[in-house]
Design a protein around this ligand. Structure first.
Ligand code: SAM
Length: 215
């Protein structure tokens, strides 16, 4: 899977992509991440990518031309690839594990358009039409699409075969619970003792699964 990220802040991704599971997925070429900075596609002297909103109001809006030219570069010419464009938007379709799973199966390339400021000019969505979908990580607003793209890249990558060392690490492939414990069996804090439920130490997997379904 190749993730193409259209962002004016590519450095925000550096530390997240350089560690742990995602770093290993990149090193083993299970995933590839490419960046396209709209500033590199501007046609004005000051590399300006935003402008004031029509109708007034606070903040700035990302302009159409640099984003669409960055998108064209990311899209490329290959007809063989199965592309999807995701416009990060707080009002979009809710991102879920099912969405991640389906996307990882269906597409070879996903383009993320990360909004900043007050968001992107609505004509970007209109120009891309059915090729693009607005997707949200939840019912709250963050400062830019970059965090949302990282959440989706992480979640989709987990669904790609070989990215997680053990397929059973995928929560939805097994019975998992919100409550998890590791050693030691008893923790003492301010005079109180916090114990691991005895069933988890019983070795009886039928009982353990039953317990996990309820906790
Ligand atoms: N008023 C704008 C709106 O409702 O779209 C909020 C803009 S927000 C400060 C800037 C950018 O962050 C958005 O264009 C979007 O790309 C991204 N963003 C913010 N919250 C998000 C969310 N919950 N899910 C996905 N992207 C989000």
């Amino acid at each position: 899977m190749t993730f193409h990220i259209i962002t004016i802040f590519p450095k925000l991704f550096d530390s997240y992509l350089a560690d742990s599971i995602i770093q290993r997925a990149i090193a083993s070429k299970k995933i590839t991440v490419k960046f396209y900075n709209p500033r590199d596609f501007t046609k004005n002297k000051h590399k300006k990518v935003d402008d004031i909103p029509y109708g007034g109001g606070p903040g700035m809006i990302m302009t159409v031309q640099p984003v669409i030219d960055a998108w064209k570069k990311a899209r490329g010419r290959s007809e063989k690839k199965k592309f999807k464009t995701i416009i990060l938007s707080p009002g979009g379709t809710e991102f879920t594990t099912t969405y991640a799973k389906r996307s990882a199966k269906k597409y070879t390339d996903i383009i993320f358009i990360c909004g900043r400021y007050e968001g992107i000019d609505a004509r970007i969505k209109k120009i891309l039409g059915k090729q693009a979908e607005e997707v949200s990580i939840g019912n709250y607003v963050v400062t830019g699409g970059e965090l949302a793209a990282m959440v989706m890249i992480d979640s989709m990558s987990r669904q790609i075969q070989g990215v997680l060392g053990n397929a059973l690490s995928l929560e939805e492939e097994r019975i998992s619970s919100r409550e998890m414990y590791t050693r030691p069996p008893v923790v003492e804090f301010q005079g109180k003792h916090y114990r691991v439920p005895t069933v988890l130490q019983s070795g009886n997997h039928k009982l353990i699964d039953e317990w996990r379904e309820n906790h």
